[in-house]
Write a protein that binds this ligand. Structure first.
Ligand code: BGP
Length: 495
């Protein structure tokens, strides 16, 4: 096997988490709720919100029967020093997390930022830098302040653009010189399938369904789309003006690019390509190429919507494209014109792919397709010619320590090894890959299901679905293995 020196010397090795899944402290130091705080997982069919007829507004109404594990998370807010030390123990030179917008602007529409929130991230980033880990910071990871959604309809409102500009200006100024790699909106291309959480949009102007806060009208959905494109362009502009050293990337879920035609029926081929467009390129093209694709405008015509977007805004989208493209990849999917497509946090689910050798164990059963990551890397590089950053790849397993207190997560090692072998192939293909950040290097609350049981970590956290547990951290067997991978700069992948 050709394996020497394929990964570049400056390759970023590390892991990624998100504030709402690990920090906890959901109402501490001035923070107000964000959208994920009222949901038990983003796949949930309901949210802890009810419509108040008297005020004419949505308001928080948590379900007393449910356990909102994210409210305490893994208490990263208070334990980040210990956790970052564990990450450093594996040799991470990079760590990705998000800023919870609601710590900086608790309701989102204040004019002055919350000093306690700013201070928390100052300390967190200082600690990363002290340990020699480059911070990669997501500005919005399913964390839109709830007030912005219930009051304004979130990104369905043009007002969001100004609130967003205030927020990004405040953090770019504050962390100038400390953070150089920024991701705008985590997996915002999920707008088409999960608008409320992924893209921070709600329908608040009549007519809308007062019984279903998760239902978004097509007008609001498409208005949010253009507003987010404008917000993204402003982020690039403001970020570069405040610090020319800043590198601003988009972040899209790109598992859906590996949506294969189930058969060679042209209907399947076209359907698979269309899935790639409307689940991915419809954001990727404006972010990277500065244009809104023609098929999007066709959809507007056919759906009878005409989102408001000015000439100046279109120019902004054209002029301020991103510096790099970051993405998550978990698994591939298929498109068959014979079945209706389903999806979850991992991507598209058509018919099962008979050519894949493995699926992850029950109950999630995600198909494992390492070659899919090479496919995605090549497709994206051919299309955008931008540096690519893998900022999420990983596998969630239901794990418990054995009688000796050990967790032998061989499945995880194999998953990572096989994906890294394909990343290596992509590097040999000439694709520019900035780094590999493993998703969930320490067990955190699952984004999709809101549970602790779905564990991704190299580090185990003693916390359970019922909310019990000591929160104690311990190393799984993959910990030392991944350390060896990093030490060898991806050359020694032997298990
Ligand atoms: C992505 C999200 C992450 C995340 C991951 C795994 O969609 O950006 O926040 O958690 O998927 O998903 P899950 O936690 O549902 O397994």
């Amino acid at each position: 096997m050709e394996n020497n020196k394929v990964f570049p010397d400056n390759f970023f090795w590390g892991g990624a988490v998100a504030a709402n899944q690990c920090e906890g402290a959901w109402l501490e130091d001035g923070k107000e709720p964000n959208i994920t705080d009222v949901m038990v997982g983003i796949n949930a069919k309901t949210a802890g919100l009810k419509f108040n007829e008297e005020t004419g507004k949505w308001e928080m109404a948590l379900d007393p029967e449910k356990i909102y594990l994210s409210h305490e998370g893994i208490d990263f807010y208070h334990r980040y020093k210990e956790d970052l030390a564990l990450m450093k123990g594996m040799g991470f030179n990079c760590f990705r997390t998000s800023i919870a917008w609601g710590r900086i602007f608790p309701n989102g529409d204040e004019t002055e930022p919350n000093e306690a929130g700013l201070k928390f991230y100052d300390d967190l980033f200082d600690e990363m830098l002290r340990l020699g880990m480059e911070p990669v910071i997501t500005l919005s990871h399913y964390e839109t302040p709830l007030h912005l959604m219930t009051e304004y309809g979130g990104w369905a409102s043009k007002k969001m653009i100004d609130f967003w500009k205030n927020y990004v200006t405040a953090v770019f100024e504050r962390y100038k010189g400390k953070v150089h790699y920024w991701l705008t909106f985590n997996e915002v291309n999920n707008l088409y399938r999960r608008p409320v959480v992924s893209a921070g949009v709600m329908s608040v102007d009549p007519p809308f369904d007062k019984n279903d806060p998760l239902k978004v009208s097509k007008e609001d959905n498409w208005q949010a789309y253009v507003n987010i494109l404008v917000g993204n362009a402003w982020t690039v502009k403001i970020g570069h003006e405040i610090d020319p050293e800043n590198k601003i990337g988009c972040m899209l879920t790109s598992s859906c690019i590996a949506t294969y035609a189930y058969t060679c029926d042209p209907k399947d081929a076209w359907g698979a390509y269309n899935i790639q467009r409307i689940s991915n390129y419809y954001f990727g093209d404006p972010f990277c190429l500065g244009m809104i694709p023609g098929y999007v405008k066709r959809m507007w015509r056919e759906e009878g919507v005409q989102p408001e977007v000015s000439e100046e805004e279109l120019k902004l989208i054209k002029d301020y494209t991103v510096d790099f493209f970051s993405f998550s990849y978990y698994r591939s999917g298929t498109f068959s014109s014979e079945v209706e497509n389903a999806f979850d946090t991992g991507g598209i689910k058509g018919k099962d792919n008979p050519y894949l050798k493995a699926v992850s164990p029950e109950p999630w059963k995600w198909p494992v397709d390492p070659e899919g990551i090479r496919y995605v890397l090549n497709v994206l590089y051919d299309r955008y010619h931008l540096p690519l950053f893998i900022v999420e790849n990983g596998i969630g397993l239901d794990e418990q320590p054995d009688a000796n207190g050990e967790i032998d997560d061989e499945f995880r090692k194999t998953y990572i090894r096989d994906h890294l072998l394909q990343v290596r192939e992509a590097l040999l293909d000439g694709v520019e890959v900035m780094g590999y950040l493993y998703w969930g290097p320490i067990d955190i609350v699952s984004a999709g299901t809101g549970e602790m049981r779905k564990r991704y970590g190299f580090v185990y956290v003693d916390r359970y679905n019922d909310g019990t547990g000591t929160l104690e951290r311990s190393k799984k067997n993959s910990y030392d293995w991944f350390k060896k991978v990093i030490e060898s700069n991806g050359e020694d992948l032997e298990i």
